[in-house]
Design a protein around this ligand. Sequence first.
Ligand code: MG
Length: 339
Amino acid sequence: MKLSWKPYTLQLRHVFAIANSSRTETPVVLTQIEHEGVVGYGEASLPPYLPETQESVSRFLEKVHLEAFGDPLQLEELWEYLDGVEDGNMAAKAAVDIALHDLAGKLIGQPWHRLWGLNPEKAPATTYTIGIDTPNVVREKTEEVAADFHILKVKLGRSESEDKAMVEAIRSVSDLPISVDANQGWKTARQALDMIGWLHEKGAVMIEQPMPKHDLENMALVTAESPLPIFADESVQGLQDVAKLAGVFSGINIKLMKCGGLREAWKMANLAKCLGMKVMIGCMTETSCAISAASQLSPLADFADLDGALLISNDCFSGTKIMNGKICLSHRPGIGLDV
Ligand code: MG
């Protein structure tokens, strides 16, 4: 197996703002793994609030030697090797793991959702994210997209008045269900529960990461009292975090760039379900490569936030599509790319 890669810069359609940053570009690294003429594709997405960069991914990938592995289907051994190359570097690991899964699926001749026994008809609607902005812009953006989606996602976690103004602006033009991502923005359990109660009345259906990621004690209080399911995002990175979050959150948001790719994501989803937790599949701004990979798991998710490729203007892949707001998996093998 031969690994190669190149840096690529995603251009965002709109300035993208969350609680403490905004940007117009996202750097990524695109990977390829070739084996006997078959090529698997992968991607590392590197938003600026996370520590990895195109340079750090390149440095990591230079240390990955797949030549010694003869069988691309031995994904467990390949993951153990990859994860042991160096600590961290989860997006870089995801870029290799996704390409390995694409390659393995192509060699078998099936897409991963089929290999995992999942029904593509069960893939949920994806949320569409309305970024933080002035009420006028929020109203405009919501009007622009409301007819094409079944559920909106809103980024909150600033002041109470700003948060409420965002939601009221959406509600002035749409009654779609809203999923709320507070990105750790609420500081006390009381503040979080007051906002969640208000949001519940406004038609919110779930809350992501209301409080700081390490404050599990107060998170558990919020989850116990909340009328809405509470999902971990920043509090859950990989497989090692899932078991300790049972009873603290109602569910987990799995992202390939956090956990190192599909092998770990699949295990996380199954462990969460065993623990009676809900599953959400999320993304960064990514091309259709990483989105198509994540979407393979989406039939077992309660919520999916896979709008990443819709937010960019220079997607260089085509695969899983969002049609009428629903995730439509392709029948192509591997991660389902159409190259
Ligand atoms: Mg989040």
